[in-house]
Design a protein around this ligand. Sequence first.
Ligand code: DGY
Length: 327
Amino acid sequence: DPNAPAVRPTLLLTRRLPDAVEARAARDYAATLNPTDAALSGLEIAARAADIGADAVLCCAGDRLDAAAIAALPDRVRVLATFSVGTDHIDLAAARSRGLTVTNTPDVLTDATADIALLLILGAARRASEGERLIRAKGWTGWTPTQLMGTHIGGKRLGIIGMGRIGQAVAQRARAFGMTIHYSNRRRLPPELEAGTVYHADPEEMLSVSDVLSLHFPATADTRHWLNAARIDRLPPGAILVNTARGTVVNDRDVVAALRSGRLAAAGLDVFENEPNLFPDYCDLPNVFLLPHLGSATVETRNAMGFKALDNIDAVMAGQEPPDRVP
Ligand code: DGY
C-alpha cells in the first residue's frame, strides 16, 4: 500500500540527550527516551531494547556494555551508537563476534575537550580551586604579595602522551601560552603536523622533561593504571598532571601519594576510575583541580555529538556504511 506510513525503525536512547537531539530522534524513529535519565546497567539496557523491539541503541560513556550485556541484546539490534569518542565501556570483541556495528562521535568534541585540558593546566598551575574555596568559605582577607602563588606555565615543557586529535588540539592551545611541546605517540606525526614539537619515541623517556604531563590515549587493558609511582618518579620534581582521558589510565593511590608528598605539585582531573565515586582522598587534597567529566560538555558539542550518533544510526538503517564505525 503506497499510502501506508513508512515504518520507522525503533531506537532506544539510554539517557536524556539535548532537546534538539531527542527531537530529531523522535522525528525519524519510534524512539524510546529515558525520561528519568537514570543510569542503566548493561543488562537493563539489553532488557529495554528487547521490550521495545529496538533496531538501534544510542548509548553513552557511562553505560557498561560488557560481554554479558552485548550477548543479552536482542538479535534485532543492528547498531550500537555511542554518544562519546571513547569506547572503553563497550566490549568491542563481543560486539564484533555478534556482528553488531559500533559507532562513536570523533572530531566534534576535540576542541571542547582540549579547552578543558587547558582549563585544568591553568587551574592546577594557578591554584584556582584553592582560591575559589577561600572566597566561598569567606576566608579571604585581601590581596597579599605571597598569597596562593602558583606556577607560571609559559616557558614550561608540556608532555603529551597520545598525539591524536585531542592531543594535537591541546598542543596548539598550550603553544599559545608559551609552553614547549613534547609528545609521544605510537606513530610519529607527519612533519607538517609535528612542526614546533619534540617527538619522543619512548614515552618513559619523555616523562623526565614533562613539567606538565597531559594524558590523551585510550583506556584499554594495556593502558590500565599506566601512570603509576615508578613513572611519576621519572617526572621532574613538582610536575603537574592533567587527565582528560579516562580515570583508569592512572593509579589513583600513587597519584594521591605523590600529590601529598609534593612529588607532584598539583593535578587537574576531569575523569576518574569508577565515576562518580572518586578515590576518596582526592576531595581532601588542596592541590587538585577537579571537574566532573566535563570535557565535551558544551551545548554546541553535545548537540553535534547527538547528531553524529544519529547520522551513524541513519546510515546503518539505510544499509550504508556509517561514517564513524569503530573498527
Ligand atoms: C567521550 O566522548 O568519550 C567523553 O568522555 C564522554 O562523552
